[in-house]
Design a protein around this ligand. Structure first.
Ligand code: FAD
Length: 454
């Protein structure tokens, strides 16, 4: 405690410890299964707080966790007996509409970012749930509706301000500290605390969204259609197939709420008047139990799934990259997808072709540029008594897909028991990542993550 009092002398931001009444709130992350008790949580408000906390953790040998939006499924945003740097107070966004760029605080959420850019009819690629942190999502890659059109989030990153393990604030871009900039783009939280991200923005305003629910007997048709269609579909589409227990959506028959379906979630960012025609392939492929096609602001779409994944829900995740969706892989999907335990349990098959695949495999740390899809299998549930059933569904489904997938998977969809897959996830980029780690974090201060050991 003496040493934490020492820390308080160096940071102006609140330092929350077990004696404080808000300790339980401060230590919690999105995944309700994570119950860790840090020695202190620094609720960083400015770069100086981050520098002081990094120096303090390093000099006192304290384990360190860095939290952006707190969404990491294995709970890397909190840690037992160590120091947490919570960046959530650092969520400011500055948009330069003329230059089409945004400067984004390291603790901003996608909602913060999208709302600020939407005011100018602009957006940058992010994910599908608005409460996710820009920080963790970007540092792992960033896959979402705009990936095919504009690339991963990292492909739109112009620069980053980073506090590295030596307590220095460094600017990283193609021209300054380029090795650090390379590693930040996919290497996750291994290289320092990013206090500001600078992104390119694109004109994206109203989009047309289609949600199509089909009977499970058409799941094979949907997946086979999708694997062919997505290879050369217009890049203004961001679409993915899913298995989904029906929430009480108004466009689904009331007596089918709670039944399991296969679904297509389709986003069209071309002209709104072309939206209905753009959705036609998803009407032609099979009869729909229910569908919704509507123009809406991009920000609305980005929050559409939020209610299925509230803060504090229990959760478990697995992911794989897929180059070719084979018939055998589809059989595995048909065997496991329909067993989704609840409305917050799903498989999404995100396409990562298009603009994302035009970046070279060694141009950023994100190495799977040749993959067509990034699969995520996720379950979220409220009651601890359902832990075993939900994790078993995710594990069994992922195990069935493993023989039909690449060895690596998207770092942001990995669980703690996937740590052994980090080398596969980075493939031939791993050796270079290790070298950059040796330069900027030789003592592995930033180790509470899918770790690249120096
Ligand atoms: P945190 O738990 O705060 O951080 C995750 C990791 O990043 C930690 O190692 C942390 O130390 C590090 N980190 C975070 N911010 C910083 C920073 N500023 N500087 C240095 N290190 C930092 N991913 C997608 O790509 N697309 C999706 O559509 C998508 N949907 C999701 C939906 C839900 C409901 C959830 C829970 C996750 C989703 N993800 C998605 C995965 C998401 O990208 C990861 O969980 C990501 O790690 C979340 O980032 P965060 O900042 O919220 O998490």
């Amino acid at each position: 405690m003496t040493s934490i009092n020492e820390l308080r002398k160096h940071v102006r931001a609140p330092v929350v410890t077990p004696d404080d009444s808000d300790y339980d709130t401060a230590r919690a992350v999105w995944n309700g299964m994570i119950d860790r008790r840090p020695a202190a949580v620094v609720q960083a408000e400015r770069v100086d707080d981050v520098i002081a906390a990094v120096n303090f953790a390093r000099d006192n040998g304290l384990p360190l966790a860095v939290r952006g939006g707190g969404h990491s499924a294995p709970g890397y945003g909190t840690i037992d007996n160590g120091l947490v740097i919570d960046l959530s107070p650092m969520g400011s966004i500055e948009v330069d509409a003329d230059a089409r760029t945004a400067r984004v605080g390291g603790g901003a959420t996608l909602a913060d970012l999208n709302e600020a850019t939407h005011a100018h009819g602009l957006a940058t690629p992010g994910g599908i749930v608005s409460t996710t942190g820009v920080g963790g999502l970007t540092l792992g890659g960033g896959i979402g509706y705009l990936t095919r059109g504009f690339g991963l989030s990292i492909d739109n990153l112009r620069s980053a301000d980073v506090v590295t393990a030596d307590g220095q604030l460094r600017h990283a871009s193609e021209s300054e500290n380029p090795d650090l900039f390379w590693a930040l783009r996919g290497g996750s939280g291994n290289f320092g605390v990013v206090t500001t991200f600078e992104f390119d923005l694109h004109p994206v305003d109203q989009v047309v969204v289609g949600l199509f629910f089909y009977e499970l007997e058409h799941a094979g048709d949907l997946l086979r259609f999708f694997r062919t269609w997505i290879t050369d579909a217009d890049e203004r589409y961001g679409a993915f197939p899913a298995f989904q227990v029906a929430p009480p959506l108004p466009f689904l028959p009331e007596d089918r709420h709670g039944d399991t379906f296969c679904a297509a979630i389709v986003h069209w960012s071309g002209p709104v008047e072309e939206g209905q025609a753009a959705m036609q392939p998803f009407r032609d492929l099979a009869p729909r139990v229910g569908e919704m096609v509507e123009p809406m602001p991009y920000t609305w779409l980005n929050g559409a799934f939020d209610d299925l994944f509230p803060r504090g829900v229990r959760s478990y995740w697995k992911g794989n990259y897929v180059t070719e969706l084979t018939d055998e892989a589809i059989d595995a999907h048909l065997a496991h997808g329909p067993k989704a335990p609840n409305a917050s349990s799903t498989m999404h098959l995100y396409p990562i072709n298009g603009a994302a695949s035009r970046v070279g495999a060694t141009d950023t740390a994100f190495s799977y540029r040749h993959a067509t899809f990034s699969t995520v299998i996720v379950s979220a549930w409220a009651d601890a008594s359902e832990d075993a059933a939900n994790t078993a569904w995710v594990r069994d489904y992922a195990a069935a897909l493993t023989p039909h997938s690449e060895a690596g998977g998207y770092v942001n969809f990995m669980s703690d028991d996937d740590l052994g897959r980090v080398t596969d996830t980075y493939g031939s980029n791993y050796a270079r990542l290790m070298k950059v780690k040796q330069t900027y974090d030789p003592g592995n201060l930033f180790s509470h993550n899918q770790n690249i050991a120096p």
